[in-house]
Design a binder for this molecule. Structure first.
Ligand code: GTP
Ligand code: ZN
Length: 225
């Protein structure tokens, strides 16, 4: 990359949602996904959710229920699915690695709160991410922010894992990135098979983490696996 300045933040939403990711890693979104304002979306979603509650037989004049359609719509747009909006993509600024730290850096136990795209119920867990610093290092909180941005969407855990890894590889200009997610899926726990003891682990190992079994072992040891 000729004009690459590693201290400049990665531009957040110049090219539309997820176009910075390989096509198979993009969350499936309509081209006009951002034609409506958030307020318009909240009003429309509230109207549809009111209809769902009505069809379930609930009395929407009840004091406790009447605000629920708006509360749910606001929660979807502003909280649960805020990662669908590329305006919320975190800017990642790198710093010079002045201390020549060359060993593995692990950010472990990052809270994952996501939503199963098949049933629209929560996925709750932890992400562990690691990289090998080169000439630059990243602010620690940006690792958490990248996880949160991709988690706050309708998801499957495999794609979430790969989206986080790809974003970090691009931002850090290295293939030497590892991401491991352990999560509980409410769709498995609270319905269907109703299994409250199983959990799902997914991992993506890039560069040296893929090729060097010892480094991978070190990562797993540091996250307590
Ligand atoms: N691969 C993958 N599957 C997931 C994830 N979250 C939920 N699922 C699965 O998606 C599948 C959807 O399968 P369907 O058979 O269409 O749905 P269903 O009839 O509700 O399936 P059951 O959950 O088995 O009752 C289920 O097996 C879920 O467990 C995920 O993150 N990754
Ligand atoms: Zn599900």
């Amino acid at each position: 990359m000729d004009n690459f300045d590693p201290t400049e933040p990665v531009s957040s939403h110049s090219a539309g949602p997820d176009t910075h990711l390989a096509p198979e890693l993009r969350t499936p979104l309509r081209d006009d996904a951002f034609a409506l304002t958030d307020d318009t979306k909240i009003d429309a979603i509230a109207g549809h959710f009111r209809e769902i509650m009505h069809l379930l037989g609930l009395d929407l004049t009840d004091d406790s229920l009447k605000g629920t359609p708006h509360r749910v719509a606001k929660m979807y747009v502003q909280e649960w699915f805020r990662g669908l909006n590329p305006e919320h993509r975190p800017e990642i600024r790198l710093f010079e690695n002045r201390y020549s730290y060359q060993q593995i850096l692990v950010e472990r136990d990052i809270t994952v709160f996501s939503c199963c795209e098949h049933h629209f119920v929560p996925i709750i867990g932890k992400a562990h991410v690691a990289y090998l610093p080169g000439e630059h290092v990243v602010g620690l909180s940006k690792l958490n922010r990248v996880v949160q941005y991709y988690a706050r969407r309708p998801q499957v855990q495999e794609r979430l894992t790969r989206q986080i890894a790809e974003e970090l590889k691009n931002a850090l200009h290295t293939e030497n990135v590892a991401v491991l997610i352990e999560a509980d899926h409410l769709c498995v726990m609270s319905r269907g098979v109703n299994d409250t003891s199983s959990g799902t682990l997914t991992a993506e190992y890039g560069g040296a983490f893929d090729q060097d079994a010892q480094l991978r072992q070190e990562f797993l040891r540091l996250i307590g696996k």
